[in-house]
Ligand binder design. Sequence first.
Ligand code: KIV
Length: 285
Amino acid sequence: MDNNLKPVTLKTFQRMKETGEKITMLTAYDFSTAKYIDEAGVDSILVGDSLGMTILGYDTTIKVTIDDMITFTKAVSNGVKRAFVTADLPFLSYHVSKEQTILNAGKLIQAGAKAVKLEGASDFILEEVSHLTQCGINVVGHLGFTPQYINAIGGYYIQGKSYENTLKLLQSAKKLEDNGAFALVLEMVPEESAKFISENLTIPTIGIGAGKYCDGQVLVIDDVLGKYPGNLPKFVKQYTNLQEIMKNAISQYNNEVKAGEFPSSSYSFNLPEEEREKFEYSYNQ
Ligand code: KIV
């Protein structure tokens, strides 16, 4: 087997942390995008609950349900051969009871994910992380700005903006690590704080808006491709403008149909000569 096609596992993440090779991660929500990401050699795909905004058009991730996540996790997993697929446990799907958390996480694993991601590090969440890992369900933590807590935080604010707050974040990160999380997403944290946290953990950090010293990077695919119609945060680099490409193609299609230019004969099926003649005969009667 081509080494590049060897599926990414937890061991791969750990090796990359130890050797300093950067971990790449992008979000995906559908089969074809997941396939292109996988074929490009990206190590990991996150079926993020950001699909609430990018796919379902909500203004936050709060309305995303476990059933939404199951559908899109299935679609993504069907497109992937090598990349490690993680699916987000959505808002309140891991807060009610240990039983519900395990059942919900299990549904995402049965949909094809290799791990689940959850936000925060309260005592309750830490227990859930421990239960999940004891059931053989891999867990990615998520600290810094945590979108599912948007109503409690009150806005899109950078986290860990002082030495004291960075120490608190590190403490939480270490607890996630101790309870079995194998990787940690750090969102909207100053570069220096993210460096300090990354250097003091044995599990890899995957940053989004957390600077270059994290062990890996993740971005939302719709932002990378310039597809999402909303404003982009400072930390996003847009690599192409799919929005323009899509709008142009759609307008062209619309105009060509209205003008009777599409479908031309090269896009149509035709009867054999002898069958066509019968129509001509009946038209002439
Ligand atoms: O839902 C998501 O896309 C995420 C990333 C922002 C890390 O959690």
